[in-house]
Ligand binder design. Sequence first.
Ligand code: MN
Ligand code: MN
Length: 294
Amino acid sequence: MIEEYEKAGRIAAEVLAEGKRLAKPGLPLLELAEKLESLIREKGAKPAFPVNLSINDVAAHYTPEYQDKAVICEKDLLKIDVGAQIDGFIGDTAATVDFSGENGKLLEASQLALDAAISSVKAGARTSDIGAEVEAVIKAHGFRPIENLTGHSLAQYNLHAGIDVPNIRTPHSHTLKEGDFLAIEPFATTGAGRVGEGTKVEIYSLLSQRLLRGRESRRLQAHVASNYRTLPFAERWLYPSFKSKLLLNAALRELILSEALHQYPILKEAKGGLVSQAEVTVVVEKDSARVLTK
Ligand code: MN
Ligand code: MN
């Protein structure tokens, strides 16, 4: 199992590095996402979730839609968030690219907060203390941590496996133990320090299989269950398996209404502030954390 995590982590890191090299103003987001998702497969893993390409005040959960026309703009602040999985064991890693060259301090805030968090992870460490470290570093840079986004534990085919790694000091806490797998992901912002849900949803995951009426709905549910299990998938991934957008949309609607699917709406900073993110996956060891996405 550790070998699968190590390999998935290494692939996610290599693909993220390639994403940072490829990303340029003028490049279509759809082209970048598809290129990186193919690269994950070429390297012998599968996407653990759709590549997220969240820009400026969008903090997370933006992945291009089918035939998306959006391109990277001159001054965009782009978060590239990559997940790779092998047999459901996940590497999750993200970085921020600043095309304006004006947000170096904001990038540094999330990166140094991540470094501080990694240094304080070990068996017996408390998640609230890690959150406090993240909060202190980001505030010392003059920004706010995003309080309602957190890192998370990982388990097989489970991207959010129960433990939160907060970005602020929290009243509740969890004590880490050796062998816990964690994605740690500080977000820093020039805004209010909270995200709200947008209306757009491009990412879903299967909650549980339901009894469905429509034939296409049943086919969609079976397709998702066999290809992605309980991991997040993009709507655009489904198009090759469906004859028309209309049929697919009707089937998706039935799955949503039947509560078969969890939806991941895009998350935007509450006051429209710029958002930076840095993320790695680690395994908790006796006296330290070992970074797997490198
Ligand atoms: Mn991530
Ligand atoms: Mn994550």
